[in-house]
Design a protein around this ligand. Structure first.
Ligand code: PLP
Length: 447
């Protein structure tokens, strides 16, 4: 018999209840707090820069739903757009005017100096679907099987993209998950990030067999791993020279680090030494759906039109282009103007500086890898260039740090290998709460 839940259950009671019916009590593993321990928060509402748990405690939130909440939670105009869309019907399984408008907006956003990086956009529901479809498309376009990905980069949970090499360079990937057949994992070559010679060697070792290189535009899934200057451009050159496609995964960075994502920062010269390249396929998620299940992939017409119904590469979805998700995405993109990006960048500067100062005062070795408004914390002295570096840190310092922040009313990502997410709703009051919490957490990390 299930436990009787009192009117306002605790997080612990709620987690116990969930564990009885949901594997691990969660619908996405990191929510279980495995690497920090303690009881996962059960969130009942969120507004602006804060989330409120089932016990009624409100936290300043630095998770932002893992990225989507660029404007802050429950922005009134986004909520109103969804409500209005809902009143017209939840899902039609047919084309809608909004989805074409969203595709137009995405193409406009990725137009820099009059040159559009994308000509066609297909909407899907999750980042996993977007990258999975991008890989299939690249294979369909090239007639080749192998895919290069980088260790520590995350592209969702499709079979081939879970492959990850612990040893780095030019090795065939082993299954990163039980249930992935070895022959499928063997189609993915896992290389060390930021290592161009490894990419060159892989192309030399497998002539005419590599369909695509997939790369996070800026790595942010094993902590932040910033691309070395010119790395993405060099990938573009190498893929083109070898008849492969470059898939740039902007599921996390897209519309978050700038109006045209990380690619936009390189293309418009914000990041020096980056300009002068165009991805073959770009994947989007998170911010594009403003908190609703929506993702996308885009590219040149000749590539994207290989998708069914025009071409032989199949992809479909009952809820693809869902009108509520499209309404949330359109409102989010409309509202995320230059001032939003300026605010998010400034708040990231403030929090990263406060974090550094607190850890410095507490005498804790650390670096704060940064890519635009995204940053993370690594307990080590040396810069973090790739996944091996990210793993070589005093990760055991993070749980006490995390729990001290939580006690002080700040909700951090429950893993040291995740980026911290600011929003445009992080106002002075939110930043002050973070400033007040950090010194104690830094001392906890020092212990
Ligand atoms: N690609 C990147 C870069 C991501 O960060 C993520 C999710 O965190 C994904 C793909 C997968 O997206 P989703 O969780 O929507 O399937």
């Amino acid at each position: 018999m299930s436990e009787i839940i009192s009117e306002r259950p605790t997080n612990e009671q709620q987690a116990t209840r969930a564990r009885a019916v949901i594997p691990g009590g969660v619908n996405s593993p990191v929510r279980a707090f495995g690497s920090v321990g303690g009881t996962p928060l059960s969130i009942v509402s969120a507004t602006g820069a804060t989330v409120t748990d089932i016990e009624g405690r409100t936290y300043v939130d630095l998770v932002a739903s893992w990225g989507p909440a660029l404007l802050g939670h429950a922005h009134p105009e986004v909520v109103a757009a969804v409500q209005q869309a809902a009143a017209r019907g939840l899902s039609f399984g047919a084309s809608t005017p909004g989805e074409a408008e969203l595709a137009e907006r995405v193409i406009d956003r990725l137009t820099v100096d009059g040159t559009a990086a994308l000509e066609r956009v297909r909407l899907v529901s999750t980042g996993t679907e977007a990258t999975m479809t991008a890989i299939r498309l690249a294979r369909g376009a090239t007639g080749r099987d192998l895919v290069i990905k980088f260790a520590g980069h995350y592209h969702g949970h499709s079979d081939g993209l879970l492959a990850e090499s612990g040893s780095g360079v030019a090795t065939l990937g082993l299954p990163g998950s039980a249930g992935v057949p070895a022959p499928i994992a063997a189609q993915t070559l896992v290389l060390a990030y930021n290592d161009l010679s490894a990419v060159e060697a892989a192309f030399a070792a497998h002539p005419d067999r590599i369909a695509a290189v997939i790369v996070e535009a800026a790595g942010a899934n094993s902590g932040v791993l910033r691309p070395q200057p010119g790395f993405n451009r060099a990938l573009s050159r190498l893929t083109a020279a070898n008849g492969a496609l470059l898939i740039v995964d902007e599921v996390l960075t897209g519309f978050r680090v700038g109006p045209a994502g990380w690619w936009g920062l390189e293309a418009d010269g914000t990041i020096s030494e980056g300009a002068g390249w165009t991805p073959d396929i770009v994947t989007f998620g998170k911010v594009i759906g403003g908190g609703m299940p929506l993702a996308a992939l885009g590219g040149r017409a000749e590539v994207l039109e290989l998708l069914a119904p025009l071409g032989p590469v199949y992809q479909a979805g009952t809820l693809s282009g869902n009108p509520l998700a499209v309404a949330a995405g359109l409102a989010t993109l409309r509202l995320s103007d230059a001032e939003v990006y300026r605010r998010v960048d400034a708040s990231a500067d403030t929090v990263a500086t406060l974090l550094h100062d607190s850890l410095e005062d507490a005498g804790v070795a650390h670096v704060i890898p940064r890519a635009g408004s995204l940053f993370s914390l690594a307990f080590r002295d040396e810069p973090v260039r790739d996944y091996a570096d990210a793993k070589a840190q005093d990760a055991w310092r993070y749980p006490p740090f995390f729990h001290a922040m939580r006690e002080a009313g700040v909700s951090l990502p429950p893993s040291v290998f995740e980026a911290w997410f600011l929003t445009a709703a992080h106002d002075d009051a939110a930043l002050e709460r973070i400033a007040d919490a950090l010194p104690g957490a830094a001392r906890a990390a020092a212990a």
